[in-house]
Ligand binder design. Structure first.
Ligand code: XLS
Ligand code: NI
Ligand code: NI
Length: 437
């Protein structure tokens, strides 16, 4: 046992003050016809939870993630598997997500790295069978190693491109072996520092080509899940090509990849792009591309990806509102989030997940109430009601010509004002739903 002092986390309800209990996440509670567990397929991110110890630019690890053995060894890789499965079981988390280099230490020779990946995935698979825990998605880390300083798909150097291809191929093999529901491309360094040395069109074509090769290979080995792009506007690069959902969707359509790809939307990436989390979810959903979510939150005062555990219930509520309206996710809610550096104990890891899972459960409860309440949906329907009949209906059906609309306008003289947007009233409804029991 790696967490001997932590019990299986029970649901105790909103009045509990037990720090090691859920206050809102009650897996079997039914909301709008589905259990919370079905609505909220939570996942643990291997990298933040089992690997990262809090190193930042100014200081080394504060948290001990050695799990009792020497780091950088296969023994350590296995200890992480054991600790991770104990952790997920205690919290009732059903899924995990990983990068290749999270689950094994990278060797100097890729053939040796791949051998290690085969070994660890056998081990993980055994644990999955024992526990029923599943793989949500896998990915290749093509941003940490110095060889990827100029990107992977977007690199200027063909040999590095081949190395990236080899990593994608192997990560896809392991994803399929573990029955993963998805495969993620987060364009870690797919972007540029300066246009003075960059051929943007060339780089974007190469990224699309790598994605196409991945789709073809993935389908050839029986991968039936979704490929995901995880948009992010900047960091580590000054400008990243997958800036936001709208940009990534346009890119996928342009290169004919939209049938195989969906979005993996991360809250903190959306806010870095100058959007709300809800905005990027909505843009993905209306394009039929809301696939999965990296569940975290940013800090509105800081300009980087702070990857905090979700705490802001307004944000989780509006997220769940979008997810419910979209009919759910094909993927899940991956806590791509880390403890703050001074929260360095193993117990803090549990507190963080309890916070995040409860914040999403509460968001789910409140979003369902907003929908059942009906005032907001009713208001929106009414707001566009001029399109239900007459000239409005003709516009919607696509039958009206520009001349006809102009003639209508000339006969009318001038329209009345379009009706109050009632934002403050609608916001008060949200508070009303959130804070009444
Ligand atoms: C970094 C990203 C990363 C992806 C997986 O900002 O969120 O963690 O989720 O490569
Ligand atoms: Ni992420
Ligand atoms: Ni991120």
């Amino acid at each position: 046992m790696y967490f001997p002092n932590i019990p299986v986390i029970p649901y105790e309800g909103p009045n509990s003050t037990n720090p090691l209990a859920f206050k809102f996440y009650n897996p079997d509670q039914v909301i709008m016809g589905k259990t919370m567990k079905e609505h909220l397929p939570f996942a643990m991110a291997w990298w933040h939870n089992l690997c990262a110890g809090g190193t930042d630019m100014f200081g080394r690890d504060t948290a001990d993630k050695s799990f009792g053995v020497e780091k950088g060894t296969m023994e350590h890789a296995k200890a992480k598997v054991d600790a991770g499965f104990e952790f997920m079981q205690k919290l009732g988390i059903e899924y995990f997500c990983w990068h290749d280099v999270d689950i094994v230490p990278e060797a100097d020779d890729i053939k040796e790295t791949n051998r290690r990946l085969d070994e660890i995935s056998d081990y993980i698979l055994e644990k999955m069978k024992e526990t029923g825990i599943k793989c949500l998605w896998g990915t290749a880390n093509m941003f940490s190693n110095p060889r990827f300083m100029n990107g992977a798909g977007s690199t200027n150097f063909a040999d590095v491109y081949c190395f990236a291809a080899a990593q994608v191929k192997k990560a896809l093999d392991i994803t399929v072996k573990l029955g993963g529901k998805g495969y993620v491309f987060w364009g870690g360094r797919e972007g540029y520092e300066t246009l003075l040395n960059t051929d943007v069109k060339f780089e974007q074509e190469n990224i699309a080509n790598l994605m196409r090769l991945a789709v073809n290979y993935g389908r050839s080995i029986g991968f039936k899940g979704d490929f995901y792009i995880e948009p992010k506007p900047k960091e580590p690069m000054k400008h990243q090509y997958d800036f936001d959902a709208a940009t990534a969707i346009g890119f996928l359509r342009y290169y004919g990849l939209d049938k195989d790809f969906k979005m993996n939307i991360e809250a903190n990436h959306a806010t870095l792009a100058g959007h709300t989390f809800q905005h990027d979810l909505r843009i993905s959903a209306i394009n039929g591309m809301l696939g999965s979510i990296d569940a975290n939150q940013g800090d509105y005062l800081l300009g980087w990806d702070t990857d905090e555990f979700p705490f802001n219930v307004y944000e989780t509520t509006m997220c769940m509102y979008e997810v419910l309206k979209a009919g759910g996710l094909t993927g899940g809610f991956n806590f791509d989030a880390k403890n703050r550096r001074p929260s360095y104990t193993h117990e803090d890891m549990f507190h963080a997940f309890i916070l995040g899972m409860d914040a999403f459960a509460l968001g789910l409860i409140k979003a369902a109430k907003i929908i059942e309440d009906g005032r907001i949906d009713g208001f929106i329907a009414d707001r566009y009601s001029s399109y239900n009949s007459g000239i409005g209906a003709k516009i919607r059906s696509g039958e009206a010509t520009l001349e006809e609309l102009a003639a209508y306008a000339e006969e009318m003289g001038a329209p009345e004002l379009p009706g109050s947007g009632r934002q403050e009233y609608l916001e008060s409804i949200v508070n009303n739903v959130l804070f009444s029991c």
